[in-house]
Design a protein around this ligand. Structure first.
Ligand code: SAJ
Length: 415
């Protein structure tokens, strides 16, 4: 049995490694030659706890092999990015180009009896599009949109739902929603997932599976927006929002999430737009949550500017660049957005502390505006304004005395 994983990023690589660790042969495919070479050397090009150990193991046993060109396999799991395109009119259109390229890349090697799974978070209808692209490229094979259960190729959507930082545990322990384009598609997909998932595999259709994933992340986005709105209200009313939330959460049916500098990452800040794009008239709360969360970084920038204006020579230490605690991922990070906005505004000297990256990983935009990457000690020694942007463990455990003489803006409630 051979499984092919298309896209060896934050989801594809751990999935490939976990399946390979079950003794199954896995061919990982990625367009990025550097990623392919790194993996074949038994190393990883992303940060995820313990992933390096698993990858080293399965590469050395020969169970995982990476390549840039798809090869025949029994099952193909597509885990490529699904970003959106910003438009001038404020709309956000999903970009399915990577799914289309993946379909075109695997189509030539498809064989009768194969299973194709879309794992990427996708707008409703994307799995049907994937199947249509495959059918277009392979008129000699039959697909479920035409032949249902008796189709040569089975197609299903099984959205990934793992939390960065806990990917290896959650890949195995989370329940999986399996949305086949026919009953036979779902059943074949369940068989594959049962080789490595300990959670339950629950069958539905592909459109419901797509919507389920979008719903989960929109639920979280709406709830974070509620917390962020509260933080701005409390600021105005001179109430400590952290104390307030702790008190309200004592109620048995209240569970408010944490306010922060905004919502980042490649999931929660993206997926709700897929629902808004499908139903712009109906998705009112979902859209407002996105706008509320997207406005938060700018609010924090204004707070920092106000604080800096108290000093003749403001030196601002920004603690954290990643999109959330204890990871190196800067994608769609509100912390990075805030530092970039500050750097552009000439508000003072800016330094950042990000324990999860090194100098070579510093974003180009920050290097150009002469923002320095420094240690926490050095930042706290030199700065008069300290801004907590990410709740990294290094900041949580920092000696409070070091902050005593500073103006502190704590967007995460760490201190
Ligand atoms: N955040 C807050 N306050 C909170 C919780 C989070 O401001 O109370 C911020 C974080 O700092 C971060 C952003 O929200 O900037 C998103 O972080 P997250 O930890 O909520 O989620 P992600 O993006 O790392 O992963 C989510 C997860 N989805 C849900 O929890 C519903 C994960 O299970 C999904 O698999 C993942 O999206 C994905 O790939 O879609």
């Amino acid at each position: 049995k051979t499984v092919s994983v298309i896209g060896l990023g934050y989801i594809g690589l751990p999935t490939a490694a976990v399946i390979a660790s079950r003794g199954i042969n896995v061919i990982g495919v990625d367009v990025n030659q550097h990623a392919v070479d790194t993996i074949n050397n038994g190393c990883i090009h992303i940060v995820e706890p313990d992933l390096d150990i698993v990858v080293r193991g399965v590469v050395s046993t020969g169970n995982l092999k990476a390549t840039t060109k798809p090869e025949p396999a029994e099952a193909f799991m597509v885990a490529v990015p699904t970003p959106f395109k910003h438009s001038e009119d404020g709309s956000h259109k999903p970009n399915l180009d990577y799914i289309k390229s993946a379909a075109q890349a695997i189509a030539p090697v498809l064989e009768k009896g194969n299973l194709v799974i879309l794992e990427s978070t996708s707008p409703v209808g994307a799995t049907e599009k994937l199947a249509a692209w495959l059918a277009e490229a392979r008129p000699d094979l039959s697909f479920p949109q035409d032949k249902g259960d008796s189709a040569d190729i089975k197609v299903a959507h099984c959205p990934e739902r793992v939390l960065p930082g806990y990917v290896l545990q959650e890949l195995v322990s989370n329940d999986r929603v399996i949305g086949g384009m026919s009953k036979a598609c779902s059943e074949k997909a369940v068989e594959l997932y049962q080789t490595f998932v300990r959670g339950e595999c629950i069958i539905t259709n592909s459109r419901t599976a797509e919507m389920a994933k979008l719903t989960e992340n929109s639920f979280r986005d709406v709830n974070i927006a509620f917390a962020n709105e509260l933080s701005v209200i409390c600021d105005k009313l001179k109430i400590n929002v952290w104390e307030l939330i702790k008190l309200a959460n004592r109620h048995p049916r209240v569970n408010i999430l944490n306010p922060g500098p905004g919502v980042g990452g490649h999931c929660i800040a993206v997926d709700p737009w897929f629902i808004v794009d499908s139903c712009p008239e109906e998705a009112k709360i979902i859209k407002q949550a996105r706008l509320t969360n997207d406005a938060k970084p700018h609010y924090v920038v204004n707070k920092i500017t106000e604080a800096a204006d108290q000093f003749k020579k403001p030196v601002i230490a920004c603690l954290g660049l990643a999109f959330k605690a204890d990871i190196d991922d800067l994608r769609e990070s509100p912390a990075l957005q805030i530092v970039e906005e500050l750097a552009k505004s000439d508000v003072g000297q800016i330094m950042v502390v990000e324990p999860n990256i090194n100098d070579s990983e510093m974003p180009e935009t920050l290097i150009q505006s002469e923002v320095e990457l420094v240690t926490l000690e050095s930042a706290l020694e030199k700065a008069n304004v300290v801004v907590v942007l990410v709740d990294h463990k290094e900041f949580k455990s920092a000696d409070r005395v070091q902050f005593a003489a500073k103006v502190v803006i704590d967007s995460r409630g760490v201190l």
